[in-house]
Ligand binder design. Structure first.
Ligand SMILES: NC(=O)c1ccc[n+]([C@@H]2O[C@H](COP(=O)([O-])OP(=O)(O)OC[C@H]3O[C@@H](n4cnc5c(N)ncnc54)[C@H](OP(=O)(O)O)[C@@H]3O)[C@@H](O)[C@H]2O)c1
Length: 268
């Protein structure tokens, strides 16, 4: 029986990973700073803040494999994603962990953006670690894109850099790939996981609007700068790795897809 620590276990990817790892025969120890209410009394959950030393030794006790899905894209990414990853790797080495898996993001070498710079630094730390590692890059999860659209859904007009290119992927399909790698020996940098279609942000926003019945005008927002130019050039996509099968429109119409319940809202 493989004993596997999942950091970021309450997150989008961590939540999808837990049942898949368990189904693949792992005994899963989920970790996050604040375990969910329903896990109170569940001895398997551990409280872990990767910005601190405390808790790491206990979290890693008797652990064979670590899937390190903790991240703080909106927070202090240097402290969490870079220093936290280094701290976890050092502790994993001391604890005799056999395999650390690190989820990362397609295009971080070519897109100038501070979170991506920190992901690159974390990848370097992972590659330089003495613990055997696997790095799996993925494109943007459907739910991540939907969260951004949800945040503008109430605006009367949606201004977007409509020609940015994305390749939305189902987080469950990314978790399937990571759980599979976690069940085998460390493989270093492996093939990225992308969704089945490359779509412009304009098409993504139009599909979201139509499925939600919101009828908002979508206007092209000309955003200058290298970051959006890199997304526009397709650097966030991996056209040769369309691993996922669930399209953006299919995901939007799945029961339980996130978003405001706007289907009853009248057209404007
Ligand atoms: N989202 C995407 O579209 C996407 C695409 C490709 C790759 N990825 C990668 O996939 C991984 C997971 O992303 P995600 O979208 O699932 O992230 P997420 O939903 O934002 O979840 C982040 C997780 O990290 C935990 N966390 C935050 N700060 C922490 C800290 N200081 N110490 C310990 N845990 C902490 C959070 O739980 P608590 O707040 O309870 O601690 C949460 O469980 C990341 O490496 C990300 O770069 C994401």
């Amino acid at each position: 029986m493989v004993r596997t620590l999942v950091t970021g276990a309450t997150g989008t990817l961590g939540t999808a990973l837990r049942p898949r790892l368990a189904a693949a025969g792992h005994t899963v120890r989920p970790a996050s700073r604040s375990p969910p209410e329903e896990s109170r009394g569940d001895l398997d959950w551990v409280e872990l803040d990767v910005r601190e030393e405390a808790g790491l030794e206990a979290a890693l006790e008797d652990i064979d494999v670590v899937v390190h899905a903790a991240t703080a894209p909106q927070g202090d990414t240097a402290a969490v994603d870079v220093q936290g990853t280094k701290r976890l790797l050092e502790a994993a080495e001391s604890a005799g962990v056999e395999h650390v898996l690190y989820p990362s993001i397609v295009g971080i070498d070519d897109i100038p953006y501070s979170y991506y710079e920190h992901k690159r630094a974390a990848e370097t730390a992972v590659e330089e670690s003495d613990v055997p590692t696997t790095i799996v890059r993925a494109t943007q999860f459907h739910s991540f894109i939907a969260d951004i659209l949800d945040s503008v859904a109430k605006l009367p007009v949606w201004p977007f850099p409509t020609d940015m290119q994305l390749q939305p992927v189902d987080v469950g399909e990314v978790a399937d790939v990571i759980a599979d790698h976690a069940t085998h020996l460390a493989s270093g940098r492996v093939e990225p996981v992308g969704g089945p279609e490359i779509c412009s942000v304009g098409d993504i926003a139009r599909a979201y609007r139509d499925v939600r019945g919101l009828w908002r005008p979508i206007i092209r927002l000309p955003v200058p700068g290298e970051t959006v130019a890199a997304f526009r050039a397709g650097h966030a996509t991996c056209p040769d790795h369309r691993t996922g099968t669930v399209t953006w429109e299919e995901w939007l119409t799945e029961p339980g897809a996130s978003g405001p319940d706007s289907r009853t809202e009248s057209a404007v």
